[in-house]
Design a protein around this ligand. Structure first.
Ligand SMILES: N[C@@H](CCC(=O)N[C@@H](CS)C(=O)NCC(=O)O)C(=O)O
Length: 205
């Protein structure tokens, strides 16, 4: 059994989508990060020393031992290796998958997150920050759109790289992006959004 510690955010939903795609049994534990306390309890910090969601605890980890994993990208790789699914086996395609997963972890997630903060949550308008992060977000959409004009999915085949990126693009209205301006992203977004596992994963928690 896998315990999933999560909240209704793009990083959390990457993992619930993957668990649904793999058909793994899991139990959801809601960590309401809005309280600014639940993610910092001593019990939770044992699981995720960084005090963020998502995290998993797999009671049936390597060697039958319990293991906890933090960082959504590492969790996706862990689950892909555990099941042998959604991570390409062929070395050259596998590295494509890893590079687009890292692109999501290092660029798409952090930059879109900053857009959400400065466009929606900041206590006062900060025009310099809005300009900086909106420009970078638009540049990243350009990178995604060019890639998805060449291949159906980020790694060529549907993989954890797509599962990592899709929930962030699902918040396109939050970061004021019209997908009509990125037709290849829109085609990819609609294709993946039609998957039943993705629909189920997006309902968690
Ligand atoms: N790089 C981390 C980022 C995790 C992250 O930023 N989680 C946010 C929600 S999406 C969080 O827990 N925020 C609560 C806080 O910062 O106190 C990952 O991908 O797992």
């Amino acid at each position: 059994m896998i315990d999933l510690y999560t909240w209704g955010t793009p990083n959390g939903r990457k993992v619930s989508i993957m668990l649904e795609e793999c058909g793994l049994a899991y139990q959801v534990h809601k960590i309401n990060i809005g309280t600014n306390t639940e993610q910092f309890t001593p019990e939770y910090l044992q699981i995720n020393p960084n005090g963020k969601i998502p995290s998993i605890v797999d009671s049936d980890g390597p060697g039958g031992q319990s293991v906890s994993v933090m960082e959504s990208g590492a969790i996706l790789i862990y689950l892909a290796e555990k099941t042998g699914r959604f991570i390409p086996a062929a070395p050259l395609v596998r590295i494509e998958c890893m590079q687009w997963l890292m692109f999501q972890m290092a660029s798409v997630g952090p930059m879109f997150g900053q857009c959400h903060h400065f466009l929606r949550a900041a206590k006062e308008p900060v025009p310099y920050a809005i300009d900086r992060y909106v420009r970078e977000k638009d540049r990243l959409y350009g990178v995604l759109d060019r890639r998805l004009g060449e291949v159906p999915f980020l790694a060529g085949e549907y993989s954890i790289a797509d599962m990592a990126t899709w929930p962030w693009v699902a918040r396109h209205e939050w970061h004021q992006t019209d997908l009509a301006n990125h037709p290849n992203v829109r085609r990819w977004f609609e294709t993946i959004g039609a998957r039943e596992a993705v629909k189920r994963g997006m309902l968690v928690p």
